[in-house]
Design a protein around this ligand. Structure first.
Ligand SMILES: [Zn+2]
Length: 409
């Protein structure tokens, strides 16, 4: 078997891995990294089928380009298709807004949707006479790992989270011979989640208790819903704005893919959805606003922050990963934010909470041990940090490919 890495090998995001074996050429994910300018995967050759692990744009963002060139079947779960569509359409809008050339057109997204085959966890499907089985990956609702049952079994993880969260169950370990595994948090651990949830809830209650408003910038996919679930019991007046509202609707109907459909439904329906500009004008009534964008590079979050930025009673609570060049990273490291092209000093409280959707270093290690592969291929990780994970895997062959490389096993 052969693996070619078109993206996301020695970098976090932009995953694109082609596996070639008796069944033909299958592309696993084909994502872009939404930076300035966006990072695209290397152009792919003709593929026979496509397998998509989850909806995040760094895994799905270039699927419409791929299917416009090679109109082949795309295998994914239902929430991955539905949420992926939103993010693909959004990628075009973002490119237009920021003045980059559009990687594909709206009609390419529609055409791609017609090529999807919807798969279910635990139910095998066939590609070229070989069985592929989707398995729970944790991470976000609908995220799948794929077990490939050949002469040697292969497990392709995509992004994984092994612990159960309020939103989604943890990844399911599967015995395998070869494992292509993400390594986003190689060398780093997460604090205990329930403790972080308590600290976040306490901070929100403290802010509201002193007469302020809490703004929670959040990724639309996964984080928005998890925050609503965490804060539901506070009984506070919670508002939700941005693309997260549409994702709420998709996840509420994805009952087989969330930890508790009834809890999710209750939390989403309790939150007030901001729909119009008039809503935004009277948003000072809200205690808490959960809103995109998660890294503060746009979206309604900035207009809310503009209103509270000099109010010492209010606070901005960051809970997602902030890439180095993002506005959110600027806030955490300098106390300033770019709002409407102007760098502004932020005088309200700013706090950070680690609620990652990825497994930490030890969780990755113990997951690999439970899957017990002979060969491990580490992808979706910082070039050098992967080494720390590799060094802890005694007795296994560990490979750390770079973008553009081919591995033959
Ligand atoms: Zn992801």
């Amino acid at each position: 078997m052969k693996f070619r890495f078109f993206g996301g090998a020695d970098e976090v995001g932009g995953l694109a891995v082609m596996m070639e074996d008796g069944f033909g050429k299958v592309m696993f994910d084909y994502g872009l990294i939404p930076r300035d300018p966006p990072v695209y995967p290397l152009p792919a050759p003709a593929v026979d089928e496509i397998v998509l692990t989850h909806a995040h744009v760094d895994h799905s963002g270039m699927i419409p380009w791929l299917t416009a060139n090679y109109p082949v079947t795309v295998h994914s779960t239902m929430p991955t298709k539905d949420v992926g569509r939103l993010l693909m359409l959004d990628s075009i809008k973002v490119a237009r807004m920021e003045g980059y050339s559009e990687p594909y057109e709206f009609s390419d997204v529609d055409d791609a949707m017609k090529l999807f085959d919807i798969e279910r966890f635990g139910t095998p499907f066939e590609i070229g006479g070989t069985e592929f089985v989707p398995r729970k990956a944790g991470h976000i609702p609908g995220a799948a790992m794929f077990e490939i049952r050949g002469e040697r079994n292969v497990l392709f993880t995509g992004d994984i989270h092994t612990a159960e969260t309020r939103l989604v169950q943890g990844a399911e370990a599967v015995r395998t011979d070869v494992m292509v595994v993400e390594s986003t948090y190689a060398g780093r651990e997460h604090p205990e989640r329930r403790q972080v949830e308590d600290q976040l809830t306490d901070k929100v209650e403290e802010i509201v208790g002193r007469g302020g408003q809490a703004i929670l910038p959040a990724f639309a996919v996964g984080r928005t819903q998890e925050l609503l679930l965490i804060l539901e019991k506070t009984g506070l007046n919670i508002w939700v704005d941005g693309m997260g509202r549409k994702v709420n609707t998709i996840y509420m109907r994805s009952k087989d893919f969330v930890a508790s459909p009834s809890n999710l439904r209750r939390a989403c329906l309790k939150a007030y959805e901001v729909e119009t500009n008039e809503d935004r004008f009277r948003s000072d009534r809200a205690d808490v606003i959960v809103t995109t964008s998660g890294m503060l590079d746009g979206g309604p979050a900035l207009s809310y922050i503009e209103r509270i930025k000099d109010d010492p009673k209010s606070g901005i609570l960051i809970s997602g990963f902030q890439v180095e060049e993002s506005n959110g990273h600027r806030l955490l490291s300098t106390g300033h934010l770019e709002i409407n092209g102007v760098i502004e000093k932020i005088n309200c409280e700013v706090a950070r909470f680690d609620l990652s959707a990825h497994a930490g270093h030890s969780e990755l290690l113990s997951f690999v041990e439970r899957c017990n592969p002979e060969t491990v291929i580490l992808v979706h990780g910082d070039g050098e940090k992967r080494r720390m994970l590799a060094d802890s895997m005694d007795g296994r062959k560990v490979l750390m490919p770079r973008k553009g490389e081919t591995i033959e096993l």
